[in-house]
Ligand binder design. Structure first.
Ligand code: FAD
Ligand code: NAD
Length: 404
């Protein structure tokens, strides 16, 4: 008989945890495991704000997938998923096709642009190594060009960040460290630089502890960030954005606009015809797509409801990794057709937002932390993710040891 074919799409947190756990749980003769990922490397999505600002080289935030998986047990295919045909049980890739008996979709998120005009054309995102490299280079180019022009264009030194969610805030924290360095390097007066954060909600970090929000906003303001709270980005144009506050429209000239105002599930999920909310599928307790017992969906493509408040859990690496563990276990049960599948319940240990190199805010195990203590915790969390995926060797190779 043919061995069941397990195909895992995406080698992010969810996908890599699934594969590294599954390769240990089942024997070579029990199933064929294939992992498909766009690149031959995994990147730490949770570190992309650093690579985007240029405070951490992008090579520090990625590692080779072949060094993590058991290559005798897992076939790695470097290719981009184009579409999923769930009836024919196959995945169409840019350069071929793969058939599956069990599918895991862990393709991560795409930016949510809410249909706002001009964002796709003119704004940068914090989404991948490619985007991080481009954004870092773009900012640096603006600083490098400023003094070259007879007529100085101050908008070259204006950076707008759309959204003061965790991504926006963490990126602003990095800019707070990076911009003074750029000013020094390119002989630019810091006073000429503007870093503007535009947030539509009545507060930065909506839903987060108000005391910690105040700390974050104050500390970022001290680093030169201007906050426009209760102000929505309405349109992105070449060389700037149009914002609105209480029906008052304003154009802000800026050569750098970064859209960090939300995410949705990977568009492949929506296009495959799964019932979804913003590209995220409300999976059953075993992490399967409703009506498709052969398809597991985890990470940012999955929607899990927090019953206590009847709202979805925010998509995080923390949840994606926990889901990967359960998914591997459930795949082993499905492959063997024996045993009992486990149900997934998130175990939220807390959340910490970095505010640059040595500063952060967060709640860990119910305890509020700020400053160097929170920053220390953030690095411990970053190292823990490496440990979970690749063990101590990966921590030694890629870990953050400048703990204080
Ligand atoms: P990802 O880890 O993003 O992986 C998706 C993978 O799929 C990638 O390797 C990608 O290359 C691949 N892929 C995508 N499309 C295709 C395709 N068509 N074909 C082939 N391969 C494809 N969460 C936390 O818990 N803590 C944090 O501190 C934190 N910080 C964050 C900081 C930033 C700047 C950002 C943007 C997010 C942060 N998050 C954090 C959220 C967290 O990164 C995501 O929830 C998490 O990465 C989701 O894991 P995933 O496995 O679903 O997707
Ligand atoms: P988010 O949805 O959490 O925040 C987006 C922000 O943009 C919101 O505050 C929203 O009000 C604002 N916004 C939306 N439309 C706008 C508009 N037109 N103009 C101005 N502002 C607008 O998105 P995110 O920050 O990218 O985070 C995505 C997920 O990743 C979340 O689940 C988050 O928890 C997670 N994450 C976690 C960490 C961490 O734990 N350190 C860091 C980054 C991201």
């Amino acid at each position: 008989v043919r061995k069941p074919r397990v195909v895992v799409l995406g080698a992010g947190y969810g996908g890599l945890i699934t594969v590294t756990r599954l390769q240990k749980q089942i024997g070579v003769d029990e199933a064929e495991i294939t992992l498909v990922n766009k690149n031959d490397y995994h990147y730490e999505t949770t570190w992309l704000h650093e690579a985007s600002a240029g405070t951490l080289h992008h090579d520090r935030a990625r590692y080779q997938i072949k060094d993590i998986i058991d290559n005798n047990r897992v076939k790695f295919v470097k290719d981009t998923v184009v579409s999923i045909d769930k009836e024919a049980k196959k995945v169409v890739l840019e350069n071929g096709e793969v058939e599956y008996d069990y599918l895991v979709i862990s393709l991560g998120a795409h930016p949510e642009t809410f249909g706002i005009q001009g964002l796709k054309e003119f704004a940068f995102g914090i989404t991948s190594i490619d985007s991080a490299r481009q954004l870092r280079e773009h900012i640096e180019y603006q600083f490098a060009t400023y003094n070259m022009e007879a007529e100085k264009k101050d908008e070259r030194l204006t950076i707008v960040v759309g959204g003061a969610g965790f991504t926006g805030i963490e990126f602003l924290g990095e800019l707070g460290n990076r911009v003074p360095e750029l000013c020094k390097e390119y002989d630019i007066d810091f006073k000429k630089v503007r870093i503007i954060c535009v947030e539509a909600a009545p507060t930065a970090l909506p839903g987060f502890d108000p005391e910690l929000v105040d700390y974050a906003v104050n500390h970022l303001q001290k680093k030169g960030v201007e906050f426009r709270i209760g102000t929505a980005i309405k349109e992105c144009i070449e060389g700037g954005i149009i914002v609105a506050k209480d029906d008052q429209m304003e154009t802000i000239k800026a050569e750098t606009v970064v859209w960090a105002a939300g995410v949705r599930g990977n568009s492949v999920v929506e296009e495959a015809g799964f019932e979804n909310m913003r590209g995220r599928v409300k999976v059953d307790g075993y992490l399967r797509a409703p009506g498709h017992d052969d398809v597991f969906i985890i990470g940012d493509c999955a929607l899990i409801i927090n019953e206590e408040i009847n709202r979805p859990y925010p998509p995080t690496a923390q949840i994606a990794m926990q889901q990967g563990e359960v998914c591997a276990k459930n795949l082993a049960v499905a492959i063997r057709e024996r045993g009992e599948m486990g149900t997934f319940t998130p175990d939220i240990k807390g959340s910490v937002a970095s505010l640059g190199e040595n500063d952060a805010v967060g709640v860990v195990f119910g305890k509020k932390l700020v400053g160097t203590k929170a920053s220390f915790m953030k690095k411990v969390i970053d190292n823990r993710a490496l440990l979970m995926v690749g063990g101590p060797t990966l921590v030694l190779k890629k870990g953050k040891f400048n703990l204080l």
